[in-house]
Each structure stands twice: as C-alpha cells, then as structure tokens.
Design a binder for this molecule. Sequence first.
Ligand SMILES: [Fe+2]
Length: 210
Amino acid sequence: MATLRSECSLEMDCPKEVVIWNYYDHEHVVGTHYKHYNFLRILAEKEGWCLVERFYKLPIIQLRTSSLGFMFLENPNLIRSIQYGKLGIIFDQEIHLQDLGPDRCKVTSIYKMKVWGIFMIFQGLFQKVTTKWFMNTWDEDAPMRIRRWKVWKLGFRNFEGIEYINHRTTKPDESARSSYPLQLPVPKTPERPPGSGYRRLFSKSVEVGY
Ligand SMILES: [Fe+2]
C-alpha cells in the first residue's frame, strides 16, 4: 500500500481553542458550509470525541459522497479525524494547532489516504482537491471564528447573548479576556425529532460579506 498525502497551513486571528470549538460545532457544517454539505448525523459524542456521518460534495471532481467520521482531540494541539468513506476508503486528517500569541494561531491540516500503489497516479489530484477544500472551508469559517473570539471577549454566552447589551450595562474591557475556555461537546440546537440529524436548510444564498 502507498499513501496519498497533502498538507495545508494558514494562520488565523484567534486562539487555537476557538478553532477547536469551530471543528466541534457540528451545526455550522450545513449552514456556513452549505455549498459543500447537505446533511449530517451525530451518532455519538462525548467530551473531546464524536462519531458523525456527513454527506457532502467534493470540489473539482464534483463527487457527491458521504463518510462516517471519528474525530477526537489527541492532545490540546492536535485534532484527529478518521473518516470511513465509500468502497472502504479511509481518509485520515490531522489538524495541528499552534498558538502564535494571545490572538493568533496557526492551523496545519495534513490529509492522508492509503491506496494501492497504482493509485499514486492520483497524488496530484488528491493534493488539488484537498487544498481546494481546505481553502474554501477556511474562507467560510474565518469570519465566524474571528467574530466568535470578538464577542466572547465582550461577554457573549451560548443561547444568552451579550450580557452588557441585554442589560444595558457598561461595555466590558475586551483586553481583559485573553483565553477562550474550551467546552466540549459544543452546545447545540436539539434535533427534531431526536436522532434525525441536521439537514441543510438552503442550497443557495446571497453572500452578504462581513
Ligand atoms: Fe467549518
């Protein structure tokens, strides 16, 4: 067997914990990434790990497919995501996270897929598809991550909003909060009915910008 491999890396203006929150926030997958995903179902989830079925379309080759993925936090600087796809394909993703300061981190995604030696002819295509995927989803995630970090510093809490705005009190000092506390699993809207998964609500949208 041989291994198709690709590596992508970019920097983001938030702590690495916000990036981890984003990876474990399943609901955004069919919202923020509506162009790529149309359905997901969380089969099991505990602090730091989850087993999720996802349905999506790959860029460039335009292939609609699905996979069953196990994602876990191997250590505070590494998320592993192992996805079992169609035809027994195993797609192994490592997401390395490195803090570059209180408001900046580096994310390196390494994609690997074991194949029969003859399929190494697809190395170039594998690199193109995974790089396009990384760049597209990065551009969609970036405003959300940066906004999350900004509102957290202003006192935002899930399902409660921003306290100083709700109660018309003094605006807190943003610089007073220098870290993002990671709480997994990420709180989510209950499925209706339970176990039915999260479906994409729209396939076209107006990009309003940020
Ligand atoms: Fe995302």
